[in-house]
Design a binder for this molecule. Sequence first.
Ligand SMILES: Cc1cc2nc3c(=O)[nH]c(=O)nc-3n(C[C@H](O)[C@H](O)[C@H](O)COP(=O)(O)O)c2cc1C
Ligand SMILES: [Mn+2]
Length: 490
Amino acid sequence: MTKQVSEANRHAALGDLRRAIEIAEEIGELDVIEGADPHLEMGAIYELSLRKPTPPVLLFRKIKGYPDNHRVVVNMRASKVFAAGVGLDLVRSFRKGNRKSSEPIAPVHVASGPVMQNTLMDNEVDVLKFPAPHWNAGDGGQYIGTECMVITKDPDSDWVNAGTYRVSVRDGRTLSVFIEPGKHADIIRKKYWAKGEHCPMVVSVGQAPALGAVAAQTMAENVTEFAAAGGRLGRAIELVTGKLTGVPFPADCELVYEGFMPPPEEITMHEGPFGEWPGYYAASGPEPILRVKAIYHRDDPIMTASPPARPTFPGTYYGTAGSALLRAASLWDDLEAAGVPGVKGCWRMPGGGSRFISVVAIEQMHQGHAKMAGLVAAGCGSSAYLGRIVIVVDDDIDITNAAEVMWAVGTRWDPKTATDIIDGMWTGLIDPMLLPERRARHELANSRIIIYAVRPFAWKDSFPQVNRVPPEYSAEIAAKWAGKLSFLKD
Ligand SMILES: Cc1cc2nc3c(=O)[nH]c(=O)nc-3n(C[C@H](O)[C@H](O)[C@H](O)COP(=O)(O)O)c2cc1C
Ligand SMILES: [Mn+2]
């Protein structure tokens, strides 16, 4: 039986990976796995765990071929340590205004920290010393960076960006980092390259859950994710400074690589393919590389991982603190920030991962209201990249139930008059529907459909009534007949 996590423990776990693992163990949600093979076996075990809507934390140790205490942890943010509830309540709990503190707190710089317990420079640099799982058979490499932070510093301001971009091992001193065009680290690296410089870069492959969360979330340009994480924790993140690049990183990171990324005109290597979250091997081609010049790590480092799996596994959506519900919360925040009134809920439909299929429930207030919601949901920061379908429904629809959403589409949507199709939107190389010729030209645009599955505003009050037994009456009758009818037992 899983024990409840107290609010204080959840908060402590958010800011400290090692404490988070202890708490997972205390509540019976930790599986320690010894002796697994990093070649496919770890990936298969991980995928099996996603059959559960809220998977347990898996801690791999004694990984075949690596020191006993070099560990890899998966499912941390998706586990019951962070899932405070299910469904829309969980989405609500991730919203900006519902967090205890939401104002950013600027990070502070400190001289040293646990991450500096071991420093490897020059000839000592060897990326291959640390567990590098080959997650799935079709993967074209060993991916150490999935739940990671790629940290870059804007050369023109004090903006420090932390983003999660996949990282794989090329050789003992070289990593590949796959950054989709338009992501913040892409914008920043191009500024260095335009000046003829190599882009300084730091990659953390083990850090507190709060840091993993902000690195995976889309925030505005110029927003330092460490400040956002500080706001969530109610304390400043302590940063140390990379000795070679001057790029800062959290002092309690587990394992950090520091180096420089030359421009693609100078060198690229073939990156991928990698089993991506849409469920395919789509992006694979020449990418810039990161030349690693220093490694910093704690004693017995713990690498965090969040390898992608097909978005049809319950563990990737319902009831979890995985990114689907985090991104639903960001969409809700974005809609309100854009001034869309009457938003009653946001959701990402199962099968669409955290991006392809967005659902917005509104209490219709005026003509054009549904359009407002649909257009913002298609274009706002949290949802523009790699969207496909936006469905706007009335607020009597339970948007966490795919059948209810499809019922609204089937019965309240007129395809000819209640649809917008928009071309030229932002997509990425991992979009399996990117036309081959567009892919070749790096023309990363796709189209969107917005489905207005709402009662038409002009005659919504005379729209046919819904047939349903009122929930209170249903509960009353269920109680009255409980134990007497076979289908009401337990
Ligand atoms: C597990 C995981 C892996 C990701 N991998 C990539 C990736 O390989 N490339 C990429 O561009 N974005 C990837 N993303 C999405 C980015 O992390 C996300 O767009 C984030 O907003 C990027 O930070 P930025 O907004 O500061 O650019 C990944 C997200 C997660 C949760
Ligand atoms: Mn950013």
